[in-house]
Design a protein. Structure first.
Length: 115
């Protein structure tokens, strides 16, 4: 798992770290290595926020060619400090829960089915 370091943590911004967990104890993570990359910068987050993203091949065929977790065919889930949740797929669909009970969707096609 790579996590971005932020201002005020005593480290330079723009670096990533690798964290490891003891077996199934996901509360006891520890940072084991810093990973620096000028081309593959971590997404911007504030203290206390969680961002999960995946990146796959971009439409041009290059692996991991979507820089900064934007574009390509990856997904992003961002749990923000204001209580909102932002979910984005790699082709432009977004769903935002604003933390106040409201939901906004931006999609190309929406299908609702019941069983």
């Amino acid at each position: 798992m790579a996590m971005g370091l932020q201002p005020g943590d005593g480290k330079s911004t723009g670096d990533q770290v690798i964290s490891r967990f003891q077996e199934t104890d996901f509360e006891g993570g520890k940072i084991v290595q810093r990973v620096h990359s000028d081309n593959d910068t971590p997404p911007e987050t504030q203290s206390g926020e969680i961002i999960i993203w995946t990146r796959f091949q971009n439409s041009d065929g290059g692996p991991n060619s979507a820089q900064g977790a934007q574009g390509g065919t990856g997904q992003v889930i961002h749990l923000k400090n204001d209580g909102s949740i932002h979910v984005t797929d790699g082709n432009g669909a977004t769903k935002i829960y604003d933390g106040k009970g409201n939901v906004t969707q931006d999609v190309n096609n929406y299908t609702l089915s019941s069983q």
